[in-house]
Write a protein that binds this ligand. Structure first.
Ligand code: HEC
Length: 168
């Protein structure tokens, strides 16, 4: 802190001012249907990668042969849209990726992913794609097996396994 120059302090302010000033310059028309389609295709590409990872495509994520899909078929009980939230067993508020890493390290005995990695984003993209628009209450750990209807996001080609829909 002592050797932080004035320049160090002023620079962020100058950059923010420049960003604000340029905002009006870069304002643009709404995205076209074609652009939106391209963006969604990019998202679905990640969803595909997430699907593969969820079903064991990365060996370092597991040392015992278990993959996410064994316990969270069709992403059930992963409740991605409820994060960040308090997790009783971890005793603090965590983000989705931290719970993913908890499952990689504990039930799967694997090596955690970098929270900012493309792989973590892919797992999140797949889980969110499956929960698109579905309200699921943030449950207690004791409610993890509660029935959650798995809904398939538009455009993702794989068929539901149906295992995740218990009929409680
Ligand atoms: C052996 C079974 C098992 C495997 C394999 C497993 N999980 Fe879990 N997962 C659990 C259990 C049990 C919990 C509840 C933990 C708790 O609340 O303390 C959980 C909780 C979660 C949660 C938090 C859900 C919530 O609403 O609190 C997420 C997200 C999650 N798992 C994702 C994953 C992902 C992604 C993988 C694969 C990398 C994975 N899990 C692999 C059993 C498993």
């Amino acid at each position: 802190m002592k050797h932080m120059s004035r320049k160090t302090l002023i620079l962020p302010a100058v950059i923010s001012a420049a960003v604000i000033a340029s905002a009006s310059v870069i304002a643009r028309e709404p995205f076209t249907a074609e652009e939106l389609a391209r963006q969604d295709a990019a998202r679905l590409e990640l969803v595909e990668q997430g699907y593969a990872l969820w079903h064991g495509s990365k060996p370092s994520m597991s040392s015992n042969g278990l993959a996410c899909g064994n316990c969270h078929p069709d992403t059930t009980a992963s409740n991605p849209q409820t994060f960040p939230k308090y997790i009783a067993s971890v005793r603090r508020v965590v983000q989705f990726g931290e719970m993913v890493n908890w499952c990689i390290e504990n039930p799967q005995g694997g090596k955690a992913l970098d929270l900012g990695s493309k792989e973590m984003t892919a797992l999140y993209a797949y889980a969110m794609n499956m929960h698109n628009g579905i309200p699921i209450s943030p449950g207690l750990a004791t409610e993890q097996t509660k029935s959650i209807p798995a809904k398939y996001g538009k455009g993702f080609p794989s068929k539901p396994s149906g295992i995740g829909n218990d009929t409680r």
